[in-house]
Structure formats: C-alpha cells, structure tokens
Design a protein around this ligand. Structure first.
Ligand SMILES: [Fe+2]
Length: 426
C-alpha cells in the first residue's frame, strides 16, 4: 500500500508535479499518424498530461502540437483554419506555425511589431511507427527517440489500436504487468475456449498451464529500462513455463508472451490527465507482416482488442454501460460475462475509481511486479528532483527487448534461458 501522499506523487502528472516532470523527459505517443492524414487537414484536439493542446499537419506535412488556446483571447484553435503553413485562429486571424511562432496578426496595424513578441507553447513532434510522438520537456534536454522494436519494423509488420480508458494510467499499467489476473479475469469456463482464443500454436498448452496453476511464482529483475518480470508455472516435473513481460519506464508494458516468430504485444499507456489515459495497443512481428486474418480479428475487436464508437476512441463496451456484462455468458462461457480483454481489463481498472486509493489495498506476493514498478517510477521521479536524469530518456537503446513465453528446465534462471528470445533485433 501507499500513503495518500505517495499515491498522489505516483499518479499526478500535471505540469509542475514531480511525476509530471518525469513524464515530460520522454518522447510520448501522442496520437496516431492517421489522425492527421494529409497536409492542411482538420486539426484535432489532444489532451496530454493535463494540458489541452491542438495538433495539426501543415502544408509541408510537418506536425505541430500547441496550446489549444490562442494567446490573444484564449479562443480554441481547434476551430482554426489550417492553411499555408500555419494554424490561424478564427477569432481575429492570428496565425501560428508548427514552432509556435506568430507568423501573421492581420488585426493589428501593419507597422506594429506586436506579432514578433508573441509565441505560443508548442511541443516538438516526431513521426515513427504510425505514431506522432510528442516531447513536452525542456528543449535543451530533448532526447533521442526510444528504440522500441514495434516503432522500427515496416508498417506492414505492425497493427495499432487506440482506446480512451477512464482511469489513471498507472493503475492501467498495473493490470498489464499483473500476470496472476490472467488465470481469472481472462479465463473461460472451458480451457478449450481459452486455448482457441489465445491463438498460439501451443496455445492449448499455455492455457492449460495458466488454468492449472493460478498462483504463478514471480521473479523480478531490475533493468536499465524498468523491470523484467518472469511469471513461472509448472510445465512438467523437470520444467517450468515462463511468461516473460517487461515494463518500460514511463508507461510501456511488453506483454503477450509469444512463441519464436510469434506476434508480440505492447501496451502503451499515456496520461491524458490524472483520471483518463490513452491506451495504444500495438501488435508487431519482427519477422513477417501481420496477416490478414490477424488484422481482421483486431479490427473487429476479437479477443484482445475492442470495437470503438465510430469517430471516437471510446470502446463500445465502457464504464457507462457496465462494459456490456452478460450474466448468462458469465455462467456459461467466460469468467466475467464481458467480451474481450480490453473491456475485461477496463471494467476492473476503472471500477477501482479514476485514481485508485492505494492506502486501502492489501498486496500479496502475486503483486510483486506491481510493487517493483511503483518503486521504480517513484525513484525515477525522486532522482529527477535530485538532478539525476532518467537513463532511458537519453539512451533509447535500452528499450530493445521483447516479451516471450518459454519452457525452461527448473534450474535455469529465466533471464539466462530466454536471453536470445527477449532480445529485439530490429
Ligand atoms: Fe488483463
């Protein structure tokens, strides 16, 4: 458990807070490239780390991300005209380029130099891997891009979905690295159904391990990028099945343990504000394009994705409709009566409250990954207060890892036995 003060420290990413300062040291997934499909297309609203912003793609194709409020009279630039390399406020015609410079002020006399004194807050943007990334920290500390494998594979080898989740990003991430809940929240009345759903070639076997042993044993390794989590279950008398996941500071979980050559899964969680978060769920395969079958499943929700309300990122099954829980389904088919992992995870993580009160919880040994992650995140924020910059923010190469599922002899440490499997190669 955490005290109320520690909880606030962990979860508050507003401007000027210690955790807000930490998040602002990293390039963050801000929106999908496809949300700004062409030069001079309509601008979009973006809220990140408690700041209201507007994103636009200018005539040259460059992306701007700036304060949503025009610095003149604070009108919303979302209504702006995106034209000739700048976004123009429709109130009085003030126009800003992607760097936040005021480049036109047509309601002031031509001889005025007022324009040259005006600039608005604009954050650096970068496009990679189907994502528009934003850096919201001090300019002089702008880091290199994180070397996440999914962002570096060819576009055909990746599938991204994006959801609005109505809770703080940290508790959503805690779900991602909590291997023990798989045996419950995502389980089925019949193991065969679970096996069919997880779609690995050896899926039936993995499902059998997960259902047979509902209390996995955890081994946590502290790493340069965050933590590596090994959850082991009995496979045979001599061997263990290891489900290896990684938490990458500040908000990535590489989950979805796969076979060699399998498709991996990253959950990227980015605070919209303290009570809402963006969830980018990314599939990638370093060796081959994502198949049409896989895409068809992801697009229509399937097991691990979700259908959204058209024109939004809000899942159709959400807090307002109790995630469409079906009690008959809960009796006959799956543990929750809720369809799909996004909705199942969403139901439990948002039901704790927008920011869970961690002073009231009771953590056991199965929560060791959650405890380690919280410690690491708080330590990074405290270090930053002491002038120590977070390592992954200036060395993106530390992120070059993959999740894995692997059977190992009982006496082999998982990080050694899986060394080659957890290395990212792209
Ligand atoms: Fe889950």
């Amino acid at each position: 458990m955490l005290t109320a003060e520690q909880n606030e420290f962990l979860t508050n990413t507003d401007p000027g807070t210690p955790m807000g300062n930490l998040w602002r040291r990293f390039w963050l997934p801000a929106l999908l490239s496809e949300e700004l499909p062409a030069p001079d297309c309509p601008p979009v609203r973006v809220r990140l780390l408690g700041e209201d912003l507007v994103a636009f793609r200018d005539t040259n194709g460059d992306v701007g991300l700036m304060d949503a409020h025009c610095p003149h009279r604070l009108a919303d630039l979302f209504f702006g005209r995106n034209e000739e390399c700048g976004l123009r406020c429709v109130y009085h015609g003030w126009k800003f380029d992607v760097n936040g410079e005021c480049v036109d002020m047509p309601n002031e006399p031509a001889e005025s130099n007022f324009k040259s004194k005006i600039r608005t807050t604009a954050y650096a943007c970068n496009e990679q891997g189907g994502i528009i990334w934003a850096y919201m920290g001090p300019k002089e500390l702008t880091p290199a891009m994180p070397e996440l494998e999914w962002a570096r594979v060819p576009d055909s080898h990746r599938y991204i979905s994006k959801y609005l989740i109505q809770c703080n990003s940290v508790q959503a991430t805690e779900g991602d690295i909590d291997n023990s809940h798989i045996s419950f929240l995502h389980s089925y009345v019949n193991v065969a159904d679970r096996a069919r759903q997880i779609r690995y070639q050896s899926g039936s076997q993995i499902a059998a391990y997960q259902m047979a042993q509902k209390s996995p044993r955890f081994t946590i390794k502290s790493t340069d990028y965050g933590i590596m989590i090994g959850a082991s279950r009995n496979a045979s008398e001599d061997s263990l099945y290891w489900h290896i996941t990684h938490w990458l500071i500040p908000g990535y979980a590489l989950v979805g343990a796969t076979e060699p050559g399998g498709t991996s899964l990253c959950n990227a969680r980015v605070p919209i504000d303290n009570e809402n978060s963006w969830f980018f769920r990314i599939r990638w395969n370093a060796d081959r394009p994502i198949s049409e079958d896989e895409i068809a499943e992801y697009r229509f929700g399937g097991v691990a994705h979700a259908e959204v309300i058209p024109g939004t990122f809000m899942p159709k099954a959400n807090k307002s409709n109790d995630f469409l829980i079906d009690r008959a389904l809960q009796r006959s088919f799956n543990y929750t009566g809720i369809k799909g992992n996004v909705a199942q995870d969403g139901a439990v993580t948002t039901s704790m409250g927008a920011v869970v009160d961690r002073s009231k919880e009771h953590l056991g040994t199965s929560d060791s990954a959650i405890i380690a992650m919280r410690r690491k995140l708080q330590k990074a924020a405290r270090d930053l207060m002491d002038g120590i910059e977070p390592l992954p923010a200036h060395d993106g190469t530390v992120y070059k890892v993959r999740p894995a599922g692997i059977i190992l002899p009982r006496d082999v440490p998982f990080d050694e036995g899986a060394r080659d499997r957890i290395k990212a190669t792209v």
